[in-house]
Structures are given as structure tokens and as C-alpha cells.
Design a protein. Structure first.
Length: 253
């Protein structure tokens, strides 16, 4: 099954679907996020299939490094794709400083004002308490963001990857941009992640469903993209390629 058929018409089926990127025109921008799970990727084919941006997993916690991060970042950029790095956080056991140091040691050389790099993202899925005496998930995430910013003189701002209901763990003081993961079956190019837990949208004080206040949207975990064997996560950016470079590109913020 697919989120969109060959004519680009929304089928309105289930969220656990497979998407084909061929020949679709609409408003949001198509992207993916990858890790070593995808194996060897032909990034030229990925770009030819309409993918304009991608995020590659760099690190997790304070010790894990993705074995394919370096090759994914370098080959993705060479293929003409805007590339970002993402980190999986363990706020219950680690201080932000330790995780940022590990993340930057791995990803820092690829987070450059080179016209090809996007602000990094932090995947926030663990809500078992907050380490390092910071007291709240908002404080932990904000500290992570500020420490990453301090690593470079170039302008950037981290994005936080969360489910809509996960946003209820944060406050409006959160400084990271919204990357909302919701496999809700809506059209990647015209849909929105905010159809549930709308009161958890800390970036939008109205608390209304259908809010257009989001930067990235995790649309599906079972995408089909040329150049990648098996499933891949599909993402949308809420804007054009020009806006992505200006608003999320390193040095462009």
C-alpha cells in the first residue's frame, strides 16, 4: 500500500504504508532520515527520486556512533542533497554536555557553512526522568541546544524530533525547532502532523489541530526511495528548498 498513488492522489488509508516519491507536485519538501539500518545507499539515485534533504544518524548517548554516518553525509552532499546529522538522546542517564561532546566529535566536521549542511536534530523519545540536576526535559534539551551552538561560530539551531503527544513533556520555553513524527496517513506534500495531541504543540499557543507551526514532519517509517534497499523514513519540510537553506542551513539562520 502507498500514501500516494502514481497520480499523486491521496488514498487516505492506514499510516503503516509505503510511499513512492515519483512525479508528485505540491507544497511540502520531500526528505528522508537514515542510519546504518539502510545499508549502502546510492545517493545519486536518492536525489534523482526527488529527495531534497536528508538526515543521517550520527550518535546515541555518549558512546554509540553510527558506522555509516560519515559516508552518508559525504555522499549525500556530493549528490546535491542538503544533509543534517541527528543524535538519539538519553536524558535520563546523561548530562547534555557529555552527549554534545560525543555528538560533536563525530558530526562536527560535517556541520559546516558550506551551503550543504542543515542544523542538527535530537531524537527525544525517552521520558524516564532527567539527569544532571536539570529538573525538566525542556531544560535538558535547551542545554543540549545551547552547547551545540557554542561549538561553532556559524549560526544554527537544533530541531527536536518528537511525537505529537511527546510535546506535552515540554514547555513553551523550548528553544529547539519542531520536528513532529506522526504517521497519520496524510499526504506528505500537503498534510500536517498536528491532528492529535494538538494541545501539546508548545510552539503554537492556540492549541488547534491542523496547526501549520512545524518545521519537519516524520510522515512514514515504510517509505520506498530509489537507491535504498528496503524501507526508509520519509520526512517533509514545511516550505521550499530556498526556505530550507535559508531557515535551516548552517550560517543561514
Amino acid at each position: 500500500m502507498k500514501l500516494i498513488n502514481k497520480l499523486g492522489l491521496y488514498l487516505g488509508i492506514v499510516a503503516a504504508t509505503v510511499f513512492s516519491a515519483a512525479s508528485v507536485h505540491a507544497t511540502n519538501l520531500l526528505g528522508i532520515d537514515v542510519s546504518s539500518t539502510q545499508g549502502s545507499i546510492n545517493w545519486t539515485s536518492v536525489h534523482s527520486d526527488g529527495v531534497q534533504f536528508a538526515f543521517a544518524r550520527a550518535t546515541e548517548g555518549t558512546t554509540f556512533t553510527d558506522a555509516d554516518f560519515t559516508i552518508n553525509m559525504s555522499h549525500g552532499k556530493s549528490a546535491g542533497i542538503q544533509m543534517g546529522a541527528w543524535h538519539f538522546a538519553h536524558p535520563d542517564t546523561d548530562c547534555p554536555s557529555a552527549e554534545v561532546n560525543h555528538f560533536w566529535n563525530v558530526a562536527g566536521p560535517y556541520i559546516l557553512a558550506d551551503g550543504k549542511s542543515l542544523s542538527p536534530a535530537i531524537d527525544f523519545e525517552i521520558f524516564n526522568g532527567v539527569a544532571c540536576g536539570l529538573g525538566s526535559y525542556t531544560a535538558w534539551a535547551n542545554k543540549f541546544n545551547s552547547l551545540v551552538k557554542a561549538k561553532t561560530s556559524a549560526s544554527l539551531n537544533c530541531q527536536i524530533i518528537i511525537a505529537p503527544c511527546g510535546g506535552c513533556n515540554f514547555t513553551s520555553g523550548l528553544t529547539l525547532g519542531p520536528w513532529i513524527v506522526n504517521y497519520n496517513g496524510q499526504n506528505l506534500f500537503t498534510g500536517s502532523p498536528w491532528n492529535v495531541c494538538c494541545n501539546c504543540n508548545v510552539w503554537d499557543s492556540t492549541g488547534k489541530c491542523g496547526s501549520n507551526i512545524w518545521n519537519y514532519w516524520g510522515v512514514s517509517g515504510t517509505g520506498a526511495i530509489s537507491g535504498i534497499s528496503g524501507n526508509v523514513d520519509l520526512d517533509a519540510y514545511n516550505g521550499t528548498l530556498t526556505q530550507l537553506k535559508a531557515q535551516q542551513g548552517i550560517g543561514g539562520i
